[in-house]
Design a protein around this ligand. Sequence first.
Ligand code: HEC
Length: 130
Amino acid sequence: MTNRKLLQTAAALALLVAAAPALAYDADWKRGRIYYRSVCTSCHVALPVGSINPSSKTKAEWGAYLQADRHAKGKDKVSQYVGQAYRNSIKASNKAAEKFVAVPDPELADDLKAFLLKGAKDGDAPASCS
Ligand code: HEC
């Protein structure tokens, strides 16, 4: 290999390494918002719990809440309601669940998180639930 070739190879490798993080999933907060408002909120308003505004918690509180993955005082999990199995079970009566039925669970979970953090009390755009 000539020196020039070596340099070219090194430059190509450096580019690859620099580009790697771009391959990570880029969360879609708008999809998260649709899901939160159509799936999460539609259940909350139908139950005595009532609507839960994203702006009712700080970013740190939402982060910890999602990380703990304990929903309804630990009765079940938040991840369960983002999951494909749940979307499948309600898709006949819920348009958002039907629309996003094929989205991989980790992607939708990231979308939801992006929306909740953006809409948090101290987020970029504090949001209500509807
Ligand atoms: C099938 C109904 C239902 C769905 C769907 C649902 N929730 Fe809930 N959620 C509840 C109920 C009921 C409570 C209140 C539990 C209590 O206070 O005992 C609750 C409470 C909460 C709370 C208050 C803290 C807690 O856990 O008690 C948050 C935050 C929350 N839900 C977030 C979500 C998010 C995010 C989603 C969507 C991914 C979601 N919920 C989907 C029924 C639902």
